[in-house]
Write a new protein. Sequence first.
Lengths: 269, 307
Amino acid sequence: MKIAVCVKQVPDSWVEKKMDGQVIDRLGVDAVLNDLDEYAIEEALRIVEANSPTGSAGSESGHEISLICMGPERATEALRKGLSMGADNAILISDPSLAGSDSLATSLVLAKVIASGNFDLVMCGTESTDARMSVIPAMLAERLGWAQLTHVHKLDIDVSKSYAQGVRSTEIGIENISADFPVVVSVPDKINVPRYPTFKGIMGSKKKPLIIKTLDEIGFAAETVGMLAPWTAVNDVIPRPPKSKGIKIVDTGNGGNELVAFLEEQRVI
Amino acid sequence: MSVVILVDEFDGKVARSTGELATFAARIGDVTAVLFDENLLPQLSEFCIDKVIVVSDANRNSPAEVAQVLSQIVKEKSPKAILVTSTITGKEIAARTAIRTNSGIITDAIDLASDLTTTQSIFGGALIVKARVQSSCAIIAIRSNSVDIDVTKSSPGIERFSGSISESLERVLSVEMAAKGNRPELTEATIVVSGGAGTKGDFGPLEEFADSLGAAVGASRAATDAGWYPHSSQVGQTGKTVRPQLYVAVGISGAIQHRAGMQTSKLIIAVNTDADAPIFDIADFGVVGDLFSVIPQATAAIKAKKP
Ligand SMILES: Cc1cc2nc3c(=O)[nH]c(=O)nc-3n(C[C@H](O)[C@H](O)[C@H](O)COP(=O)(O)OP(=O)(O)OC[C@H]3O[C@@H](n4cnc5c(N)ncnc54)[C@H](O)[C@@H]3O)c2cc1C
Ligand SMILES: Nc1ncnc2c1ncn2[C@@H]1O[C@H](COP(=O)(O)O)[C@@H](O)[C@H]1O
C-alpha cells in the first residue's frame, strides 16, 4: 500500500502572529509542522504498523509513506520532523511563482503530485492552523475524482479489500461512512496521540530521501503557471481595535449577583 | 444580477443561517435559493427569497453531489456569487464547487458587502481581513450569527432542477443525529455558556444557569477529552466556532486554541478562581471566584427576576 500524507509548515500557533503587508509573516516567527498533520502522519504509521509483518513501518513493512508538501524551502524542517516520526520519504514542491497562492492553486499542485504517485490513500489534517479553511482535502478529492472520508476521528482500513471505513462527527451528528480505495482522508486531533520522534528516528531521518522540485519538474509548464494565480485578493488587513479593558471583580460572596447586574446593564436580560 | 444561496437544514427544519444567507444575498441582487428537500418549501417564505430551485432529491446531499448541482447552476445562470453556511459540510461543498467552476473561494466570512467584499476575522479575532474574489462567480462560506435576518416575507417562484447528478463515491452506513435536546444549537445560539476543567466534571450548576438564560452549553477540550461533555460541544480551534451575543466561560483558562473558537463573541464573561487566567484578558466582565458559588447565585438572581 502507498500512503501520501499532505503536510504543511505553519507559523507556530503558540506565538502572536503578525502580518507582513497583506500576507502572513512567515519568516519573522518560528515555523512548525502543522500540528493536525502530525495526527495524519501518526495515523498513517499506525495503519502501516498494523499491516506490517514486523509490526513496524519502513521498507520491510511492504508499504510506503510519502510526505508531500508545498511551501518555501525552509519547509524541509517540517518534512524532516515527519520523516523522524517514521515516514519513508518526502517531496517538497517549492517554486517562487507559488508564493501567495490560494487553495485552488495549492490543491492543483498537490493533486498533480498525488496523481503521478499511484497512492491508495491520501491523509491530511482537518485544517492548517494558519489558513484554517479546511478545504484542501475536499478539493483534492474533487480534483482526483476520489472518495473522501473527511473529519474522521476513527478510521479502519482493510488493506486486502482496499476498503476504508470511518466515523466522522459534523454539525449533523455522527456518521459512519465507507469507501473503496483510493480515498482522501482528513483527521482531527481526537483520532490518536502522535508519537515523539525517537533519537534513532531523528538520526535515521537524515538519510531518508527528501527531494525538492520546482513546478517545471512536476510537469507544470511555465505557461500554465498563470492558472495558479490567486483568485482572491486581500484589500485590507486591520488589527482588531483594542478591546476596552474589561471589568474584573473578586467574589467576596456577591459575585453571582454582580454578574447578573452586569447582564442587566448590558441589556442581555 | 443574481446570487445563489444553498438552503441549510437540520432535522427537518430550515436553519436560521439560511435567513442570514438570504439577507446578505439581497444586498447584492436577486436571491435564488437551492433546496434539496421539497417539504421545506413553505418555510422559505419567511425570508427574502425571489426564486427557489428545487432539486427534489433530499438524499443526494453529499458534498460531491451538492457541488455538482451548484456548478451546473453556475454554468446555466452565471450568478455573481454562491453563498453557503460555513459549516464542515458547507465548506466542503464550497471547496468542490470552487474546483468545478474554477472560482475563487472565501470561507468563514462574517460580513459581506454589496460589492462582494468579505470580512473575515482571523487568528482568534486579532486581525480583520477584507478580501474579494476575482473570478466571475465568488464562492463564499459565511458563519452563522453574522447578521440580523431580514424577515421581509416573500413568495418565491419555483423552478425544478433538471440536471443529472452522478452518485458520490462514499457510502453512508449509519447516521446518529446530534441530540437535539431542549437547548439551542451551539453555533446558532445567541448566548453560550461553556464549562472547562474547573467544573471537575459537574456541569449541573452550569446547565441550570444556561437554562435560566435560554443558552446553549459548550465545553473546552479538557472537558470533552475527559468525557464530561460530548465532543460535538467542544468550542475552539478543533471544535466549533461560535459568535454569540454573550459567551460565558466557566472554569476555562482561555488557552489560545479555545479562544480561537469564541474570541469574536460580542460580550465575554469569565468566572475563574485564578486571577491570572488568560481568559480574563479578553473578558468584558470577569469574576475571580469559585464557580460552584458564583454560578448558582447568578442562576438564583436571574430566576428571581422572572415573574
Ligand atoms: C492541536 C490542539 C487543538 C486544540 N483544540 C482545542 C479546542 O478546540 N478547544 C479547546 O478548548 N481547547 C483546545 N486545545 C486544548 C487547549 O490547549 C487547552 O488545553 C484547553 O482549552 C484547556 O481547557 P480548560 O481551560 O478547560 O482547562 P485548564 O486549562 O485546565 O483550565 C481550567 C481552569 O479552571 C479554573 N478553575 C478550577 N477550579 C475552578 C472553580 N472551582 N471555579 C472556577 N474556576 C476554576 C482554573 O483556574 C483554570 O483556569 C487544543 C490543543 C491542541 C494542542
Ligand atoms: N501547502 C500545503 N502542502 C501540503 N499539504 C497541505 C498544504 N496546505 C494544506 N495542506 C493539507 O490540507 C489540510 C487542510 O488544510 P486547509 O484546507 O488549508 O485548512 C492540512 O492539514 C494539510 O494536510
